[in-house]
Design a protein around this ligand. Structure first.
Ligand SMILES: *[C@@H]1O[C@H](CO)[C@@H](O)[C@H](O)[C@H]1NC(C)=O
Ligand SMILES: [Zn+2]
Length: 377
């Protein structure tokens, strides 16, 4: 890591975030989603490609798919729901239930809820009420599937690293300097039922941000609330159409955007990505302080979190996909290579966030090239 990029890290993170760049061997060994992203039969994606309006049977089924996935494949993760209900402009006075699902994995030595910072990877799983039959493949079925793949791919490497750290810390208790966990947040009720307003939209995110802001961790915790435990809120939305452009929206997290863009460019130069876009997905790695920062124009699930001081990296295509909010935003209109590539880019970013160089299966014995790659970041 070059000193210049180190200096861009906020002071708090600088102490806990080692972020060693992956070696080429590790990037090459990262697990791929393969058939699991097939739109008809894929174990991760296909079950989400159905209408899933809050409070309907489709929503129940997709939520169950997530619960089954974590219970079956990731038993070390803690699942919790954050539920709320609200009348909507389309509910005829009835309360509609909104259910956010949160899957968390913390290092084994962390016991106090307030003593761990977390990388939160976020997408919304609800689909829009209209047009009838709307699937929302880019919005946000594909991003949800990406998060499942990322969680599943990081898990064995986290287990190995954390187990080794726990073992060595028995001799050397001060060695446990990393207190960083991971959270997958699958939000409900992002879409408006009628027209987007402050009260008709972001039902799940508004409820979760407000609850987590007012839940106090035990006295003397490092982080006062679950909201304050979020080191970075990385939100994926409107991804999966070919040739996306994702600008860097916020100056305060441009350092994280640059790390994500660097993951993309290294994966591309290693020919690990299957898409061949005219320009990188992440178009603004070189942006400076004096350039135009458009953050704030796109309202999305990050808004209630950002309003409470959470650092946000918003990964949303701008312009939106051409199928946005139409019946054509379905599985058939996804670009398979782009969906897979996004999953790999965010996986590489997250793996480096947790400093997992050397802990992935199939990349062993390449630590020399790993050291070389560290200087490129
Ligand atoms: C929240 O909703 C989920 C899914 O419907 C349900 O299983 C859970 O019991 C609910 N939790 C609470 C506290 O109501
Ligand atoms: Zn939408």
């Amino acid at each position: 890591m070059k000193l210049s990029s180190l200096l861009l890290l906020p002071a708090l993170l600088r102490q806990t975030l080692a972020y060693t760049a992956f070696s080429d061997a590790t990037l090459t060994a990262l697990p791929r989603p393969g058939q699991d992203f097939d739109i008809h039969t894929g174990a991760l994606l296909a079950p989400i490609l159905r209408p899933r309006v809050p409070g309907t049977a489709g929503s129940d089924a997709v939520l169950q798919h997530f619960v089954d996935f974590f219970s079956r494949e990731l038993p070390d993760w803690t699942l919790s729901f954050q539920n709320s209900s609200s009348v909507t402009p389309a509910s005829g006075g009835r309360e509609v239930p909104f259910r956010n699902l949160i899957a968390t994995r913390d290092p084994p030595w962390v016991h106090g809820e307030g003593d761990v910072g977390r990388l939160a990877l976020v997408a919304h799983y609800d689909s829009k009420l209209t047009p009838a039959g709307f699937i929302g493949a880019t919005d946000s079925a594909a991003p949800c599937a990406m998060l499942l793949h990322i969680a599943r791919s990081l898990d064995p490497a986290l287990t190995k690293k954390w187990t080794a750290m726990s073992a060595s810390a028995e001799a050397e208790p001060d060695a446990l300097d990393e207190h960083t966990g991971i959270q997958i947040i699958l939000l409900d009720g992002e879409e408006a039922f009628h027209t987007w307003t402050h009260t008709d939209s972001l039902y799940g995110a508004r409820s979760l941000a407000s609850e987590w802001e007012s839940t106090l961790n035990p006295a003397l915790s490092t982080h006062r609330t679950p909201l304050a435990s979020i080191d970075l809120f990385l939100l994926l939305d409107l991804l999966g159409a070919a040739n996306p452009s994702v600008p860097s929206y916020f100056k305060t997290t441009h350092w994280a955007y640059r790390l994500l863009a660097s993951a993309e460019s290294r994966l591309r130069s290693l020919k690990i990505l299957g898409s061949e876009p005219a320009h990188p997905f992440l178009t603004e790695a070189g942006k400076g302080d004096g350039d135009r920062w458009v953050g704030g124009f796109i309202e999305d699930d990050h808004v209630p979190f950002m309003a409470r001081g959470v650092e946000v990296l918003h990964v949303i295509a701008s312009p939106f996909p051409s199928v946005w909010h139409t019946i054509e935003d379905d599985g058939a209109h996804l670009d398979g290579a782009t969906v897979e590539d996004w999953a790999m880019i965010v996986l590489a970013f997250a793996g480096q966030w947790f400093d997992l160089e050397g802990w992935f299966e199939g990349a062993a014995g390449e630590t020399e090239s790993g050291r070389g790659a560290r200087d490129e970041l």
